[in-house]
Design a protein around this ligand. Structure first.
Ligand SMILES: NC(=O)c1ccc[n+]([C@@H]2O[C@H](COP(=O)([O-])OP(=O)(O)OC[C@H]3O[C@@H](n4cnc5c(N)ncnc54)[C@H](OP(=O)(O)O)[C@@H]3O)[C@@H](O)[C@H]2O)c1
Length: 311
């Protein structure tokens, strides 16, 4: 597994991460199998959020902890990331001091741990008061409850606003990215072209902003064709893409899932890929992508086969 020191931290992290948004209904044995497969593949990083699961909050965090019952030394060997800032029962967003502190205390209790390695602000709050975020981060850091901080689904200007008040580095921005859902990348190749949807800027330069500021992009939904519309692998709507994926998989001697993750890890921004599968075999397959280095021609062939334009 490709690893690197996450900029802004002392954490050595894997390029592929296990996301546990979908484990609520899984048995103890199934959660353990996913965890064991993760460790066997070199994935020591687990992505949570307070809202994952079927409870108002902390459902999947609690499922993870109850199923695994990690010892203190097992806990110390993994990176636990979670997110706060969404109130599921609204739904609405809440970056107030009270909400962030309460959410983290709930996550600590559910996860059965004394500290969160990385806390992300889950989705931008239109009513954000960055002084409140700064006060919450300072208190959570001083209490030893959170070691590092980041964001998710944030634009460059939203990050600038936070950074004016928050003292800690914002080390990650978790964003939707797959071969088929790639506006983060595709707009930059078609800027200013008339009558071409790809040239519409929906990401406001977020990819380059993150690179310029040592903010690691974490790609969520790496297999989803769109916003939770099902995976593109094996989907006849993406026949041309699947043909290229299958050919490259055979060429590299890896499963197709590995080509999907390799397309993301090949990008020089040094991103992390956040897997959502609950299937240990698929997880093992996807993890192999971190060690496949696609050529430039192969990377662009996948890009074109997904329907994106190279002008
Ligand atoms: N920050 C955010 O706003 C945000 C939003 C969404 C998700 N996330 C994070 O990102 C993680 C991944 O999201 P996701 O679950 O949407 O991502 P994903 O990995 O693209 O999708 C996984 C889903 O696709 C299914 N699937 C079917 N065939 C597959 C195949 N060949 N390979 C892989 N998966 C296949 C999986 O089913 P099986 O389980 O049966 O394999 C699972 O239901 C989440 O767990 C969460 O940690 C973050």
């Amino acid at each position: 597994m490709k690893t690197f020191t996450l900029p802004g931290t002392d954490l050595v992290v894997p390029a592929i991460v296990t996301g546990v948004m979908r484990i609520q209904e899984k048995s103890d044995a199934e959660v353990r199998a996913l965890f064991d497969a993760s460790l066997a593949a070199g994935i020591t990083f687990f992505d949570h959020a307070d809202i994952y699961g079927n409870l108002p909050a902390h459902g999947c965090e609690a499922r993870f902890a109850e199923a695994l019952r990690l010892t203190a030394s097992q806990r110390a060997e993994i990176v636990l990331q979670t997110k706060a800032g969404i109130v599921k029962d609204g739904p609405y967003f809440d970056f107030s001091y009270d909400h962030l502190v309460e959410a983290v205390n709930g996550s600590l209790a559910a996860l059965g741990t004394d500290y969160i390695d990385i806390l992300l602000l889950h989705r931008p709050d239109a009513l954000v008061e960055p002084e409140e975020v700064a006060r919450a981060f300072d208190e959570l850091e001083a209490a030893g409850k959170v070691r590092h901080f980041g964001v998710s689904n944030h634009t460059p200007a939203q990050i600038h606003l936070l950074k004016r008040y928050v003292r800690q580095p914002l080390v990650a921005n978790q964003l939707q990215l797959s071969i088929t859902h790639a506006p983060l990348i595709t707009q930059g190749l078609a800027m200013n072209m008339g009558a071409l949807d790809q040239s519409v800027d929906r990401t406001i330069g977020t990819l380059d902003f993150c690179r310029l500021n040592d903010i690691t992009i974490q790609a969520w939904s790496p297999f989803q064709a769109g916003f939770f519309t099902g995976p593109f692998l094996g989907n006849p709507e993406f026949a041309e893409l699947n043909a290229v994926v299958d050919r490259l998989a055979a060429q590299y001697g890896v499963p197709p899932e590995a080509i999907a993750t390799a397309w993301i890890t090949r990008h020089p921004a040094q991103m992390q890929v956040v897997l959502g599968t609950t299937n240990p075999q698929r997880l093992t397959a996807a993890a192999q992508g971190a060690d496949v280095v696609l050529s430039r021609a192969e990377w662009y062939e996948l890009y074109r086969a997904a329907g994106h334009i190279v002008p």
